[in-house]
Write a new protein. Sequence first.
Length: 299
Amino acid sequence: MQHVSDTQWNEYKQKHEDTARMLITCPDQPGIVSTVSQYLYEQGANIIQSDQYTTDPEGGRFFMRIECKLNGLPAKLEQVRTGFAPIGEKFQMEWQLIEVCKRKRMAIFVSKEDHCLLELLWQYQAGYLHADIAMVVSNHNDMRETVESMNIPFYHIPVTKDNKVEAERKQIELIKGNVDMIVLARYMQILSPTFLEDFPCQIINIHHSFLPAFVGAKPYERAFERGVKLIGATAHYVTEELDAGPIIEQGVERVTHRDDVNGLKQLGKQIERTVLARAVHWHLEDRVLVYQNKTVVLP
């Protein structure tokens, strides 16, 4: 395997050089859409996509994602942000204005199970994953050769009960200020609150269960014992409460009494890799807005 080609990246960058995304959440009230649209029009921007959602038109929460084109965007970006600030204050907005051509830097954490990592690496290699994989970090050495064959740095940091604090310190040194997001591609270690504090809603985990059912360890064995007819997987943001962060995406498949535990696990792997990849794509495309412990994923 070779690193994703410079040609693919240059084509993507050229296509999106003048494209921005605006993400907005605020209390719902009249005038939000018209005011935002008018402001962007006055800046010379052309809105090419706009999606919105409200939890309740009467006193609910409003969510909005806009993509727009603005010639010479990189030079005008700070001016546009400064000019929008009074509008944000007026409507009590939480908002971001993001340059699409600047790809997020991603770290992937993995243990021994390779299927989720391989899916992300394949999509990266094919040019479908619009991110820079800054590194892969693992508590095992199994995936080193595969990762390094793509010219991606691989860091082996063993984790035991005795060295967990020191191992996390090394991990934090690697990622702090160097990545925008982290993907736990079947990384079988619990992250401490200290680790999480710098990445609020920026760490995506794949849980091999259709949460909130069968949280914790050995969900397929427990699902088999329970005789379930559906199995699934859940991609969610990581919070201090184990397996309870905001859910981004889920997938399910039907099973029968004829499926044994190994059959459930094999089918589960297919669901996991698909669900995780989809959640990562949505995060990279700034489609996921978090409110309380839920997400709104705008199309």
